[in-house]
Design a binder for this molecule. Structure first.
Ligand code: ZN
Length: 215
């Protein structure tokens, strides 16, 4: 899938996701605050652009929405210093980390990886990207998520446990980051179920509204 980010076009290969990055959400999941970013990945085949139907998996338990700030990288980098991170960011948007919550609980209990519950087809809804100037403050952004017009999630990136720059610096110590890499930066509290027939909308300052119809 091709993504337009400002003047650039990317064919993203990887989606990094951060779990438990907001204290209140970690609390609602009964999880302790992590000492380092919790990382998992989705394949690029998970992406569902804004406006396309969000096909919910059937027969695998409850599906939850997680509204997240999503960052697209524009440059290759390894061992990126926190202060240098803004120069690597191509754009930002909002997205949904769709999660098979019942299945995830079972996998957690069994000490198994989360992929079956997190990385299925259509598990990464993605809005249109906006390029931001390098001096943009990622840590002062409000976002909200409604389902059928009712408010479900309202959050601010001020509440992130690991700020965006620290997340990207951390990832770059473990992977050589590439242009087009996407990073879902974790969800604030208020995650909840989606069922076929629901319409989910995400909105932030200069971002969206982005909408998806669940089928
Ligand atoms: Zn998430």
């Amino acid at each position: 899938m091709q993504l337009n980010v400002g003047m650039n076009q990317f064919d993203p290969a990887r989606i990094f996701c951060i779990g438990r990055n907001y204290a209140e959400h970690a609390q609602e999941m009964g999880a302790p605050k992590p000492a380092e970013p919790v990382v998992f990945m989705k394949p690029a085949t998970s992406l569902v652009p804004e406006g396309e139907p969000l096909v919910l998996p059937r027969g695998r338990g409850g599906v939850h929405h997680e509204m997240e700030l999503v960052v697209a990288l524009g440059r290759e980098g390894k061992d990126i210093a926190v202060a240098a991170v803004p120069g690597y960011v191509a754009g930002v948007t909002l997205g949904i980390d769709l999660t098979l919550r019942d299945l995830q609980s079972k996998l957690k209990q069994a000490g198994q990886p989360w992929e079956l519950s997190k990385s299925f087809d259509g598990s990464a809804a993605i809005g249109r990207f906006t390029s931001w100037p390098a001096e943009f403050d990622f840590q002062n952004l409000e976002m909200r998520c409604t389902v059928n017009g009712a408010l479900r999630q309202q959050g601010t990136t001020r509440d992130m446990l690991f700020p965006v720059a620290e997340i990207i610096s951390f990832l770059s110590r473990h992977w050589r980051l590439l242009p087009g890499d996407l990073i879902y930066t974790g969800t604030p509290a208020g995650v909840g179920p989606l069922v076929p027939g629901d319409t989910i909308m995400l909105e932030g300052p200069g971002l969206g509204p982005f909408g998806w119809a669940c089928v």
